[in-house]
Each structure stands twice: as C-alpha cells, then as structure tokens.
Design a protein around this ligand. Structure first.
Ligand SMILES: Nc1nc2c([nH]c(=O)n2[C@H]2C[C@H](O)[C@@H](COP(=O)(O)OP(=O)(O)OP(=O)(O)O)O2)c(=O)[nH]1
Ligand SMILES: [Mg+2]
Length: 130
C-alpha cells in the first residue's frame, strides 16, 4: 500500500551565516533530532499560511517574507514526506522555542556534524552553497 505523503512547510532562519534550530521531542517521528522549525500543511491552508502559523506557534516569530530554497520528497520507513523549505529573510521578533524544545543557533559550516532527519541532508547542502 502506498503511504500518504505528508506535506510539510519548513523555515530556515538565517542570520549572519547562522541558523536557528530546535530539537524534536523524543516521542515523535524523527524524535531527538535537530530540525528546522515547521510543520504540516493543514487542509485548506497554503504552504505560506502553514509556514507562518508554524513559525509563530513553535518559535514565536512573525514571518514577513521568505524565499523558496528547495523541495524534498523523502521516504522514511514509516512515513513519506514532502518538505517545502524556505529561507525566512525578514521576520518580526526573536526566535525562541515556545514548546519547551531545545534551541540553538549554529554556524552553517557546522550543520553537517549534527544529528538531523535524513531528508535534511539536501537542505544542508543547499545552504552551504548560499
Ligand atoms: N519541521 C521539520 N520537519 C521535518 C524536518 N525534516 C524532516 O524530515 N521533517 C519531518 C518530520 C515529520 O515527519 C514532519 C514534520 O512534522 P511535524 O511533526 O513537525 O508537524 P507539526 O509541527 O505539524 O506537528 P504536530 O502538530 O503534528 O505535532 O517532517 C525539518 O527539518 N523540520
Ligand atoms: Mg513541527
């Protein structure tokens, strides 16, 4: 049986060659790994609406503008995802984890040393070229 592909809006908060990451809770899909903030696009919502909503909920910022970076289809053993990834190039507020997640800024150059979901390798490679 074909698995449903979950559509996810993902935001890369990039400032001075540093990116803001949060850590996924241990008990969820790909738990315990670093992630770019974001979440599922709900029915009747555009990817931009989902991105704004998720970044408000998860890290308390208001997205003012964003630039598409990459789209990634990835099949995990238990789930298939379509990640639509955007660079957030203008926002209001200071990113901070709103749901008790671990948070940190990392240099782009150090991202490849972190434990990420496998789908993210493509995001990291793109960012290194930015
Ligand atoms: N946010 C985010 N999700 C990612 C990344 N890489 C990656 O494979 N994913 C996957 C993990 C999840 O299966 C899915 C995102 O779902 P999510 O659990 O964040 O969704 P959500 O915020 O809407 O959470 P919930 O309301 O369902 O609890 O995408 C990433 O860098 N950021
Ligand atoms: Mg999420």
């Amino acid at each position: 049986m074909t698995k449903k592909r979950v559509h996810v809006a993902v935001g890369v908060i990039l400032a001075d060659q540093q990116v803001f990451l949060t850590k996924r809770a241990d008990n969820v899909h790909q738990g315990g790994k670093w992630e770019f903030p974001g979440g599922k696009v709900e029915a009747n919502e555009t990817v931009y609406q989902a991105l704004s909503r998720e970044l408000k909920e998860e890290i308390g910022i208001e997205v003012l503008s964003c630039i598409p970076l990459v789209e990634i289809s990835h099949d995990y053993v238990d789930k298939s995802v379509l990640l639509e990834v955007f660079i957030i190039d203008n926002y209001l507020g200071e990113p901070s984890a709103q749901e008790g997640q671990q948070e940190a800024w990392f240099e782009v150059a150090t991202l490849s040393t972190l434990d990420f979901p496998a789908a993210n390798i493509e995001i990291i490679n793109k960012l290194k070229g930015c």
